[in-house]
Structure formats: structure tokens, C-alpha cells
Design a binder for this molecule. Structure first.
Ligand SMILES: [Ca+2]
Ligand SMILES: [Ca+2]
Length: 89
């Protein structure tokens, strides 16, 4: 958890405001830190839509809580596909 906070602040601080990820920062965050997940997303608009959906308070920025929803959701998706492929084999 500590490293997640550090990673978040590292990306969020690019524009001087470490509390939120701007749109540019969140796209960079996703494509560098979560490359394993985002490389399978087709088209540049998909990531864009996904980050917009995460912006619960619609302020155009992702705060740490909103960002956690994403990483939590991805962990669940990852777990789901893992257990599913286990069953299939
Ligand atoms: Ca920022
Ligand atoms: Ca927000």
C-alpha cells in the first residue's frame, strides 16, 4: 500500500498538485504502471472513457480514492480471469 501511494504521488505530482491525477497524468499512470492491463485495451479512446468513468465527482481529476477503485477493479478482474482459466483447464 505504501508503494502504491508513492507511485500515485509520483505521477500526480507532475503538474505540481500531488492530490489528483489530471487527465494527462492518469493516462500516463495507466500506461506505465498498469501496462499489463492497458495494453489489451483496444484504441486510444478506451482508456480515456475508462478514466472518465472513474472520475466519480466529475472534477476532471482522479484523486487517490478514485484511483483505488480502478486498481481494485483490475485486481478483481485479474482474479476473475485467473480462476476462470483454472476452471477451463
Ligand atoms: Ca496532478
Ligand atoms: Ca475526481
Amino acid at each position: 500500500m505504501e508503494s502504491l501511494t508513492a507511485v500515485f504521488q509520483n505521477h500526480a505530482g507532475k503538474d505540481g498538485n500531488t492530490c489528483d491525477l489530471s487527465k494527462t497524468e492518469s493516462l500516463r499512470f495507466l500506461s506505465t504502471e498498469l501496462a499489463a492491463f492497458t495494453k489489451n485495451l483496444k484504441g486510444p479512446g478506451v482508456l480515456d472513457r475508462r478514466t472518465r468513468k472513474l472520475d466519480i465527482n466529475c472534477d476532471g481529476q482522479l484523486d487517490f480514492q478514485e484511483c483505488l477503485n480502478l486498481t481494485g477493479g483490475m485486481a478483481v478482474a485479474c482474479h476473475g480471469s485467473f480462476t476462470c482459466s483454472q476452471k477451463c483447464n
